[in-house]
Design a protein. Structure first.
Lengths: 165, 180
């Protein structure tokens, strides 16, 4: 039992292994990205934000040279996400491109959200939103905070490479 | 006893088999756009606390849903396959036809599996056969919900208009929640 648990590849391992790889773009975001005016944040919103710890993004950029690697890496991710630990919430798929949202934890105490998006000629991206006992309500609150927050664009710079100009 | 067991297994098989996979084969095909929303998502959405009255109504419906699958394609080959699969499924899962509309070349059919009362539904299946350049839509919604509530959802779905028309024409008083 123990051995089988340990041999399962996890997203955490996958992130660590590929962060340095040249085909990948890795990005760690903290909640500081929301340059929030503390005075404007209600205590309720603040409590919701407290449950959020950080966000890790790992993106694979597909080009002419790496189609084989793209396929292997993408199926590796898909394999990892098949683990029961990742509970699927929504999936959209059109054959050429697709996306899915998973979560880890209990309904009212969510430890992690995983967003997975892929497009055949562009690459794929995995976003891990890590938190501590997040609840559906706190997430909705966070989203509403996001709407009024100024994003610190500097932190997102590396991602621009993904988007063709 | 053995015979009995075999009968039970055979009787259960279609429901077990089809519970998951009747339409799942369309997920991941190049020519099909698939949207799948799972029970967990509905549960989560339903547990969001909100003070907005309209949102609350929406949440209470959402809580009663089990899963939603939508498959859209413009391939004639897959369309005919969907037609076949869904007609097989309708028989095996004992769904009844709720309505049938022919709207500008589009053939829309809605089937339901009814629950306790006239407007209570356990499953809703909609099939829009698109001729020519129109897309074919196959939608399956499972749960334990009221037909009258669904119209709140339909605005955001393909074929929502047709569904709304159909629901208005269906049994059960419009606007009020079931009998009484």
């Amino acid at each position: 039992m123990l051995a089988s648990c340990n041999s399962e590849p996890t997203l955490q391992q996958y992130f660590v292994e590929n962060t340095e790889s040249k085909d990948f773009i890795a990005l760690d975001l903290t909640t500081d990205i929301l340059k929030l005016n503390k005075a404007k944040v209600t205590s309720e919103e603040n409590a919701a934000l407290e449950t959020l710890k950080k966000m890790n993004i790992l993106a694979f950029k597909a080009d002419e040279k790496n189609p084989a690697k793209f396929e292997t890496e993408r199926s590796k991710i898909k394999g990892i996400l098949k683990n029961e630990k990742y509970q699927e919430l929504i999936k959209v798929n059109s054959g050429k491109e697709g996306g899915a949202v998973y979560f880890v934890g209990k309904d009212d105490a969510i430890d992690e959200f995983v967003l997975f998006a892929n497009k055949n000629d562009a690459g794929f991206a995995v976003v891990r939103v890590l938190g501590d006992n997040m609840t559906p309500t706190s997430i909705m609150t966070m989203l509403s905070v996001l709407k009024k927050a100024d994003l610190d664009i500097e932190q997102l710079k590396p991602l621009q490479k993904m988007v063709p100009n | 006893m053995k015979k009995f067991l075999i009968t039970v297994v055979l009787a259960l098989m279609p429901s077990v088999f089809f519970a998951q996979s009747a339409f799942d084969k369309y997920d991941g095909l190049d020519e099909v756009t698939a949207v799948i929303v799972n029970k967990k998502m509905f549960e989560m959405m339903g547990s969001v606390k909100s003070n907005d009255k309209e949102a609350q109504q929406y949440m209470s419906l959402v809580k009663k849903l089990d899963n939603l699958r939508v498959f859209v394609t413009s391939s004639p080959k897959i369309t005919s396959d969907m037609k076949l699969t869904s007609s097989k499924y309708l028989k095996s899962a004992a769904l009844e036809e709720l309505m049938r509309v022919n709207d500008g070349g589009k053939n829309i059919r809605i089937y339901v599996k009814s629950g306790g009362s006239a407007t209570k539904v356990k499953e809703l299946l909609m099939f829009i056969e698109g001729g020519g350049k129109d897309e074919t839509v196959l939608m399956s919604l499972k749960g334990d919900f009221d037909l009258n509530d669904v119209s709140a959802l339909t605005d955001n779905l393909p074929g929502g208009d047709a569904l709304k028309k159909g629901l208005k024409g269906s049994k059960g008083p419009k606007g009020s929640k079931g009998p009484k």
